[in-house]
Write a protein that binds this ligand. Structure first.
Ligand SMILES: [Zn+2]
Length: 191
């Protein structure tokens, strides 16, 4: 930010008294503008043995596949956000189930909150989506998955389904799309 959202005066970057890191501070009216991590809410929509994925039509990672997920809006729950994203991105009514995993991505200040989901009825490409399609486990386009968090969530899902029990998982993601990921993070099916 360059200018104060309250009084429009120029902002300066400094550590306020009693704080431990620099913030955008207005020297005219005293307002302090905090930046905090964003929450991405989503689900893994499943019908029978197939998973619904969306191919993105927008940057970042246009043309790559993802589960329906996106930034929470104010005044909604994470479950509501996950259902809304499925409706917007895949025109899909998804019954949101248990919390499946949350993934910390500190280097981009995001947290993914992913629920299990049951697809009810049909689907179609929605806003921000080139196409929506169902994939069996062996057809997931691993080399074309948009984001590391989505790749890991899908792997966890398939691993849990194979062993017949869904857990709730916490994963720290510290690599970027296209980068080689650390060897201690699970890997199944990968391309
Ligand atoms: Zn101000």
């Amino acid at each position: 930010m360059n200018f104060c959202g309250k009084c429009a005066a120029p902002l300066s970057r400094r550590t306020p008294p009693g704080d431990d890191r620099p913030r955008d501070v207005c020297d005219t009216c005293g307002a302090i503008f905090y930046e905090n991590p964003k929450i991405v809410a989503g689900c893994i929509p499943v019908r029978a043995r197939e998973i619904l994925l969306c191919r993105r039509s927008i940057e970042p990672r246009s043309g790559f596949w993802t589960i329906p997920a996106g930034f929470m809006e104010n005044e909604e729950t994470t479950q509501e956000a996950a259902a809304r994203e499925a409706l917007e991105e895949a025109r899909a009514n998804v019954h949101i189930g248990s919390l499946f995993c949350y993934l910390n991505i500190p280097h981009i200040s995001q947290v993914y909150v992913i629920f299990l989901g049951r697809l009810d009825g049909g689907f179609a490409a929605g806003d921000e989506t080139l196409e929506a399609a169902m994939f069996t486990e062996d057809r997931i386009p691993w080399a074309e998955i948009a984001f590391p968090a989505v790749e890991v969530a899908l792997e966890l899902y398939i691993r849990d389904r194979r062993r017949g029990a869904f857990g709730t998982h916490t994963v720290d993601i510290n690599w970027r799309a296209g980068e080689k990921r650390p060897p201690d993070v699970l890997s199944i099916g990968g391309a």
